[in-house]
Design a protein around this ligand. Structure first.
Ligand code: HEM
Length: 502
């Protein structure tokens, strides 16, 4: 009898344990994890693609170990919806990344700040004072001025029949537009670099470093490898260049304020404006936030423009359709921001470009703030989370002809407004939820104005077709990607532009 009771009790305990572990089932993990590295080697050169392949076998929620970090990867709209909408607060932090701490003032900015009171206040300050509708409107003239400079640069090559390196021209445009807003109206340079090349390199290095996994992070006793590979020196050089630039920007503004009460730099005035709330920014916070505006706003906008032009070149009928819309809407000989509202196809082209080429393919890494769940799997507190926005944008389960460039899907009666962040969880170019991009209102007019201006003023051809018009046919431009925080084209966009005089 006793043994029967013991047996029954043991069985009950086992059942309870099984039920408990089922309730706390972890997401599936690919096999092949290596000591120290975990699954890093499975990601490949283009992690958003590597992760999509893994999710094809392991499902929309996977658990990977990237170095020492357990990392959940979400690869479907349903998983993103749960993480970024239904359980938004549980997925709202950012992980501590030693390299980011080092480059971005201990992550005391906005993009990389951990979820909590500082982040909440910093985001409010940015949304209210830096990225408000009023301030975006205030920079309208600056955007129109920079768009004119972009066209002048293209025209210089076009009149001589030369090839234009459009990638270079677009990088300069995007950096100039954001720099005016982030740095004020001064002409700031790194080490006497007038053309802005060094500044561009510093920002590129900064982005690559943010994505790098230092060996020190995987195996602290192998930290010397980072010195040997030059990673340490690159991090030091990059931080010093950016920090020096920010010191000059802030120093100049302070001097001008002392001289003439000039009040153009909102961040430097924030502490006065925020007196009532008791929130104060120290110098590292101010530098971190200016850096955020610059780094978060430039390569993203430029990448969208570059992919949009490449897709339009590969789809000449769509290019013609866009040109007809833009040329039909323009009065006065050049595009202004007043014209943009009357260009639904332009907005559809931009949406479709970002669906196919999510500029930040894995968003910014998240971290869970508490024990939570995702599609029925248990996700412990402190787990890193990657949302594969790129894979979700191309998911054949939710998009027809998912890999095709079809702006029409966003035009017409059910047109999607891409500036409404989080409206459609199949489209995550700007992320979603409380950590979604607060800069979309700033990015939209600068991207739309530049694209409309380029297709209005010029007819475009790839160097491969410039000696004879090509009918719709196989794509002529190589569309390979280079990975970073943003994913840009691997090869620069070299095009021939022919002025259009209407
Ligand atoms: C086409 C242009 C842009 C794209 C595609 C883009 C995309 C993104 C993405 C994917 C995120 C991460 C969202 C998440 O984790 O859910 C983000 C965050 C952020 N973006 Fe943008 N962005 C763009 C332009 C801008 C601009 C112009 C600014 C500012 C001037 C900006 C400022 C920020 C900031 C501060 C964050 C961090 C927000 C937080 O963590 O609370 N972005 N952006």
């Amino acid at each position: 009898m006793l043994s029967l009771l013991v047996l029954a009790a043991t069985k009950h305990q086992r059942q309870q344990r099984t039920a408990g572990s089922e309730r706390r089932k972890l997401p599936p993990s690919p096999s092949g994890a290596l000591p120290l590295l975990g699954h890093i080697h499975l990601l490949g050169r283009l992690p958003h693609r590597g992760l999509r392949s893994l999710s094809a076998s392991h499902g929309p929620v996977m658990l990977l170990r990237l170095g020492p970090h357990p990392t959940v990867v979400a690869s479907s709209a349903a998983a993103a919806d749960e993480a970024l909408r239904a359980r938004d607060a549980s997925f709202a932090s950012r992980p501590r990344m030693p390299m980011v701490d080092r480059l971005v003032y201990g992550s005391r900015d906005l993009s990389f700040a951990r979820y909590g009171d500082y982040w909440r206040q910093a985001r409010r300050v940015c949304v209210l004072h830096l990225l408000s509708h009023r301030r975006v409107r205030a920079f309208r003239r600056a955007r129109e001025h920079e768009a004119a400079a972009l066209l002048a640069r293209v025209r210089r090559h076009a009149t001589g029949g030369e090839v234009v390196n459009l990638s270079d021209a677009l990088v300069s445009y995007a950096k100039a537009v954001v720099a005016r807003a982030a740095f004020g109206d001064g002409d700031y340079v790194v080490d006497g670099d007038r053309g802005g090349d060094k500044l561009r390199r510093v920002v590129t290095d900064l982005q690559q470093l943010i994505m790098a996994t230092p060996v020190r992070e995987i195996a602290p006793w192998l930290g010397w490898v980072d010195t040997l590979t030059g990673l340490e020196a690159k991090a030091k050089r990059t931080f010093e260049a950016m920090d020096g630039l920010l010191d000059r920007v802030i120093g100049d503004h302070r001097a001008r304020r002392r001289q003439d009460g000039h009040r153009s730099d909102v961040l430097l005035d924030v502490n006065e404006m925020e007196n009532d709330t008791g929130f104060r920014l120290d110098m590292d916070n101010i530098k971190g936030l200016i850096m955020d505006m610059f780094v978060a706003g430039t390569d993203t906008s430029y990448t969208v423009l570059e992919w949009a032009m490449a897709e339009l070149i590969n789809h000449p009928h769509k290019m013609l359709k866009l040109q007809e819309e833009v040329r039909g809407a323009i009065t006065g000989g050049h595009v202004t921001e007043d014209h943009l509202d009357g260009m639904p196809y332009l907005k559809a082209v931009i949406s479709e470009t970002m669906r196919l080429h999510a500029p930040v393919p894995l968003l910014l890494p998240r971290e869970t703030t508490e024990d939570t769940e995702l599609l029925g799997y248990h996700i412990p507190a402190g787990t890193r989370v990657l949302i594969n926005a790129w894979a979700i944008g191309r998911d054949a389960a939710t998009w027809d002809h998912a890999d095709e460039f079809m702006p029409e899907r966003f035009a017409g009666a059910v047109a999607m407004d891409y500036t409404k962040v989080g409206q459609d969880m199949r489209f995550l170019a700007f992320g979603a939820g409380r950590r979604g991009c607060p800069g979309v209102g700033f990015a939209a007019p600068s991207v739309e104005l530049a694209l409309a201006s380029m297709v209005y003023r010029f007819d475009w051809e790839s160097t491969a077709t410039s000696h004879g018009r090509r009918k719709e046919g196989p794509p002529v431009l190589e569309m390979s990607e280079a990975f970073g925080l943003t994913v840009r084209r691997k090869e620069p966009l070299l095009l021939v532009a022919k002025p259009w005089y209407g």
